[in-house]
Design a protein around this ligand. Structure first.
Ligand SMILES: Cc1ncc(COP(=O)(O)O)c(C=O)c1O
Length: 389
């Protein structure tokens, strides 16, 4: 059996994969088992932010693999401590809990919010978390509850109680829910990624921040997809005035190895104590060493490049026949098209360009280091396929 046949025979069928087996990657390029080359405008769904096989990241990870690949959380290790320090210094948040995925980082955020309210108000009177309709926060049973989309609330019940869903960009709805329920937090993505690259408005985010302060709820921002330079700022909340109380991230922080992080601000900095939470692989030295090499290189020049590349893509696509709208920020863009997104993605694949979809849109999440030449050629192909209505 070849790779695809073996995968189909033995891997649980939870993914609708493209009919391609990737075997190698370098920068924004990947190759399949037949030697065909692709330009990847999806970067492993926002993970490979420095592209495939980034040399500095590989050096950092392999040096750590040689020194100490893993130790339990019973001992201190330098990469874990140093990465937490870097994250706190770059955000102004105070403490970090490390996990292995976005869903787990969000689980931690919910635990922080509930324990914060438990300590302050006693019992579970303030245990409800407000999230937004059309959000996506992960696949654990609790994060399915947190996700504000009905079709995720099937088959696996009973789901974790204590989540209510507000309309995005409707502050009155958030206020109403906060008054009808005993709430400990509001959790949002600044741009709903899986929901179709739908940004929140500036006024709405500011309003939530004020409401959270007024009602003593934690403001949690899920930066799993938007984080780590993706939107042209280190974290997308940095486009707004106030720092959230809790920030979660994953994906791009690891640069290709699993990691999740829940960053906790001053308000709840002492909420978690011994035994409240844990993870065998959380803070794994090899994953953290790689993440340090990623974070240290997300500097002003790189972020400016992200914004320039974003403008370059938008300029190239603007006015394309069959393109109805472009949403998003930085190198996280959603394209609403007349031709179906799935058809465009398949056509691009057959022409050597990998793109993602989100709901009915084409979603672009290229590596932040993709070159203008690579973008130029790949976007030409994408544009032709959008126009082939
Ligand atoms: C905003 C957001 N939160 C959480 C998750 C879940 O992350 P993971 O798949 O690493 O658990 C995702 C994944 O796409 C996401 O986009």
């Amino acid at each position: 059996m070849n790779i695809i046949e073996t995968d189909k025979a033995y891997v649980a069928g939870t993914y609708r994969r493209f009919p391609v087996a990737l075997v190698m990657g370098s920068g924004a390029r990947a190759w399949d088992d037949a030697g065909r080359e692709y330009t990847d405008l999806g970067s492993g769904i926002a993970v490979n932010i420095f592209g495939y096989g980034d040399e500095e990241w590989k050096r950092a990870v392999t040096a750590q693999l040689d020194a100490l690949p893993h130790s339990s959380n019973l001992y201190h290790t330098e990469p874990c401590a140093r990465l937490a320090q870097l994250l706190c210094e770059r955000t102004g948040l105070k403490k970090v809990f490390f996990a292995n995925s976005g869903a787990e980082a969000n689980e931690c955020a919910v635990k922080v919010a509930r324990k914060y309210a438990y300590d302050k108000y006693g019992g579970e009177s303030h245990s409800t978390v407000i999230t937004l309709k059309n959000s996506f926060h992960g696949r654990t049973v609790t994060m399915l509850s947190a996700t504000g989309q009905d079709h995720f609330h099937k088959y696996f019940g009973p789901f974790t109680p204590g989540f209510v869903y507000a309309e995005a960009n409707d502050l009155a709805d958030v206020r109403r829910l906060s008054e009808e329920n005993g709430c400990c937090a509001v959790m949002v993505e600044m741009i709903q990624g899986e929901g179709g690259v739908m940004p929140l408005t500036y006024g709405f985010v500011k309003g939530i921040q004020q409401l959270c302060a007024e009602k003593d709820m934690l403001f949690i921002v899920d930066e799993v997809q938007t984080g780590n330079g993706r939107t042209g700022r280190l974290y997308s909340y940095m486009n707004f005035e106030r720092t959230p109380d809790v920030v979660t991230t994953a994906k791009g922080l690891g640069g290709g190895l699993p990691i999740g992080a829940c960053l906790i601000g001053e308000k709840a900095e002492h909420t978690l104590s011994y035994g409240d939470h844990g993870s065998t692989f959380g803070g794994n030295p090899a994953a953290c060493a790689g993440a340090i090499s990623i974070l240290e290189r997300i500097d002003d020049a790189l972020l400016e490049g992200v914004r320039e590349k974003s403008a370059f893509i938008i300029n190239k696509l603007n006015g394309a026949r069959g393109l109805k709208s472009i949403s998003g920020m930085g190198l996280m863009l959603g394209l609403e098209t007349e031709r179906s997104a799935a058809d465009i993605a398949n056509a691009c694949l057959s022409r050597g360009v990998l793109v993602l979809t989100a709901k009915t849109k084409i979603r672009l999440l290229p590596p932040l280091t993709i070159t203008f030449e690579e973008l130029d050629a790949a976007i030409d192909i994408l544009k032709e396929e959008i126009e082939a209505v």
